[in-house]
Ligand binder design. Structure first.
Ligand SMILES: Nc1ncnc2c1ncn2[C@@H]1O[C@H](COP(=O)(O)OP(=O)(O)O)[C@@H](O)[C@H]1O
Ligand SMILES: [Mg+2]
Length: 505
C-alpha cells in the first residue's frame, strides 16, 4: 500500500515529526509496529493522556513515570537514546499550548540525524504554525479489498459457512464494504450475518444499506439513489452525448486502450434547467455510486482545523468507494467567500477550496467530480481554469425543441395518452421558461382542474404558463450576464449551436 510505504520511508529517512490523520488507531498502530521491525529495529512507545507513555505490547499499567502530561512525555522522549517511534494519540487538543509546541520543536531539533520519530495520531489535523514547516501530514487510508478480505474471512470462519461463498459473492461483499473502517466493516458483516443467518451474495444488499447509513452518519457525504434515467432529461443533447460516450470510461478496458481516467466536469447554468437532474442520472448511466458532498456541512463545527478534517474524511471515503461519482451541487454557494476580498470566515473557505483543488489535481483514484453552479462570478478563477475539469458545460434556457421534449417527458410521466395536447402551441407560449418552470406550470394546471373535479386540458396549462413570471424575466440581468460569460468559456449543453446563439430575449 502506497501510504504505508511512504510512512516507512519517512521513518527511515529520519523525519522527526509525522502527523498521521486517522480515527483507526488500532490499524494504524499495527502498521507502525510492523514498520518498526525493519532495519534498524525500533521500539514503539504509545502516549495517551490517560496512561502516559507505555511501550507497545506492554500492559497499560507498565507506564513510564510522570509522563501523563504532554510536556513531560515529550521531554521523556527526548531523553531516550535508542531507535524509537513515539506515537502520541490525540495530542491535538494540547498542541496549541505554547509549552507543548516548544517541546515538540525541541524534540525535532534533538532528533536530527537519530533514529527517533514522533508520530502524532489523531482523527483531526491540527498543526500550529510553528510546526507547519517541520511536520509531514499523512492520511491513513481506509482498508482496501485485501484488508477487508481478512475481516470477511474471520467473519466467515466464525460462522463456518465459508465453503458456500463463491469467489464472486466474496468480491461483491468486499466491494460493498469499501469506504468503511475495519471496525465498521466487521460490524456490518456481523449484522448481515445475524439478520439472515448467513453471509452470501444475498446479503450484499444488507451490507450496502448498512454502509449507506454509516456514511450518512458522518453527515457530509450522502449516498444518492436516483430512479430517473437520462431519458427523463429533455434537451441538453451535447451534454448527454458526452456522458454516453464515457459510459465505459472507468473500465479496465478503457485503461488498456490507453484512455486517461475522466477527472470531472462542471455544469454551469441557469437555475431550473436540469443541471442537478442530469448529474444525478449519470450515476445510473455509468453504473457508479453517486456520493453527494455537502460543502455547507464541511464548514460545520467550531474547532480549528475541523473543516479540513471533514473534507479530508469525505474525500477519503469517496476514494475508497471508487470508482464513484462525487456530486457537488451548487458548488458556487460553498465557495462564495473564497474569491471576494471580504473573507468573513477567517479564510476557512479559501483554505478548504485550496485543499479541494489540490486533491483534484493530485487524485489518482477514479473519483469523478460532478459539480454544478448557478453563478459564475462567485467561483474563484482557478477553479475554471482549463484542465481542472475535463469539460465545462453551459446549460442555457431550453430552446423550442427542448421545451417540447420537456413537455413530452413531464406529461408522459403523469398521463399515458398525451395526444390530446398540442405541444407545439405550448412551446410557443412558454418561451423563456426553464424546465422547472414548465413542470411547475403543468402541476399548477393539474391542481386547478383537480379542484374543479375534472381532467386538465391544454387551456389549463396555457393559463398556468401565462400566470407565471419566469426567472429569465425577473432576473434578466443575471441570466444575460451568465450567458455572456459562458459563451466564451464553456461548451453549450444543447445540441444546436446556431439555436443557442439565436436565443435572445
Ligand atoms: N431539461 C429538463 N428536462 C426535464 N425536466 C427538467 C429539465 N430541467 C428541469 N427539469 C425539472 O425541474 C426540476 C429541477 O431541475 P434541476 O435539475 O434541479 O435544475 P438546476 O439544477 O439546473 O437548477 C427537475 O427535477 C425536473 O423535474
Ligand atoms: Mg440544481
Amino acid at each position: 500500500m502506497v501510504m504505508k510505504e511512504e510512512l516507512s520511508i519517512l521513518v527511515q529517512a529520519q523525519y522527526p515529526l509525522i502527523y498521521l490523520v486517522t480515527s483507526e488507531e488500532e490499524r494504524a498502530e499495527q502498521t507502525i509496529e510492523a514498520l518498526a521491525q525493519t532495519k534498524p529495529p525500533r521500539r514503539v512507545f504509545i502516549w495517551t493522556v490517560t496512561h502516559g507513555i507505555v511501550e507497545y505490547g506492554q500492559p497499560r499499567n507498565v507506564t513510564q513515570h510522570n509522563t501523563v502530561s504532554p510536556e513531560a512525555a515529550i521531554e521523556w522522549a527526548i531523553r531516550q537514546r535508542e531507535p524509537s517511534i513515539f506515537v502520541f494519540k490525540d495530542l491535538h487538543p494540547f498542541i496549541d499550548s505554547p509549552a507543548v509546541t516548544r517541546w515538540l520543536r525541541d524534540a525535532i531539533a534533538s532528533f536530527k540525524e537519530t533514529q527517533r520519530t514522533i508520530v502524532l495520531m489523531s482523527p483531526v489535523q491540527n498543526v500550529p504554525i510553528e510546526l507547519e514547516k517541520e511536520v509531514v501530514v499523512l492520511d491513513y487510508p481506509l482498508p482496501d479489498m485485501s484488508e477487508l478480505n481478512v475481516v470477511l474471512s474471520q467473519q466467515l470462519e466464525l460462522s463456518r459457512v465459508r465453503r458456500t461463498v463463491t469467489t464472486e459473492a466474496r468480491e461483491k461483499l468486499l466491494k460493498a464494504a469499501l469506504g468503511l473502517t475495519r471496525d465498521e466493516a466487521e460490524k456490518v458483516y456481523r449484522k448481515a450475518q445475524v439478520t439472515s443467518g448467513r453471509l452470501t451474495e444475498a446479503e450484499v444488499d444488507i451490507v450496502l444499506s448498512e454502509k449507506k447509513q454509516l456514511i450518512r452518519r458522518n453527515g457530509i457525504l450522502e449516498y444518492i439513489e436516483e430512479d430517473e434515467t437520462l431519458d427523463a432529461v429533455g434537451g441538453l443533447e451535447e451534454l448527454k452525448h458526452w456522458l454516453r460516450q464515457r459510459s465505459n470510461a472507468f473500465t479496465e478496458r478503457a485503461r488498456e486502450y490507453g484512455l486517461p481516467q475522466p477527472k470531472g466536469m462542471m455544469i454551469l447554468g441557469v437555475p431550473g434547467c436540469g443541471k442537478s437532474l442530469i448529474a444525478k442520472t449519470t450515476s445510473r448511466l455509468w453504473g457508479l455510486p453517486l456520493l453527494r458532498l455537502d460543502m455547507g456541512r464541511v464548514y460545520d463545527g467550531s474547532m480549528v482545523g475541523r473543516s479540513e478534517a471533514n473534507l479530508r474524511n469525505a474525500l477519503k471515503t469517496a476514494e475508497s468507494i471508487s470508482p464513484a461519482i462525487l456530486f457537488i451541487d451548487e458548488i458556487d454557494k460553498a465557495f462564495a467567500g473564497s474569491s471576494g476580498s471580504a473573507d468573513s470566515d477567517g479564510g476557512t473557505s479559501s483554505r478548504i477550496f485550496g485543499s479541494f483543488l489540490t486533491w483534484m489535481q493530485e487524485k489518482t483514484s477514479p473519483v469523478f467530480v460532478m459539480a454544478t453552479a448557478n453563478r459564475v462570478e462567485r467561483l474563484p478563477g482557478e477553479f475554471l481554469r482549463k484542465g481542472r475539469f475535463d469539460e465545462i458545460f453551459f446549460v442555457d434556457l431550453p430552446n423550442a425543441e427542448e421545451r417540447k421534449d420537456i413537455f413530452r417527458i413531464h406529461l408522459s410521466k403523469r398521463r399515458t395518452d398525451i395526444t390530446r395536447f398540442d405541444l407545439d402551441q405550448l412551446v410557443l407560449v412558454c418561451d423563456g421558461f426553464s424546465g422547472a418552470e414548465i413542470e411547475q406550470a403543468l402541476v399548477a394546471a393539474m391542481y386547478e382542474a383537480f379542484a374543479q373535479d375534472r381532467e386538465f386540458t391544454q387551456l389549463d396549462i396555457i393559463a398556468a404558463i401565462r400566470a407565471t413570471l419566469p426567472l429569465s424575466k425577473t432576473m434578466q440581468e443575471q441570466v444575460t450576464a451568465l450567458r455572456d460569460w459562458a459563451r466564451q468559456r464553456a461548451r453549450p449543453a444543447a445540441s444546436s449551436v446556431a439555436e443557442y446563439q439565436r436565443l435572445e430575449f
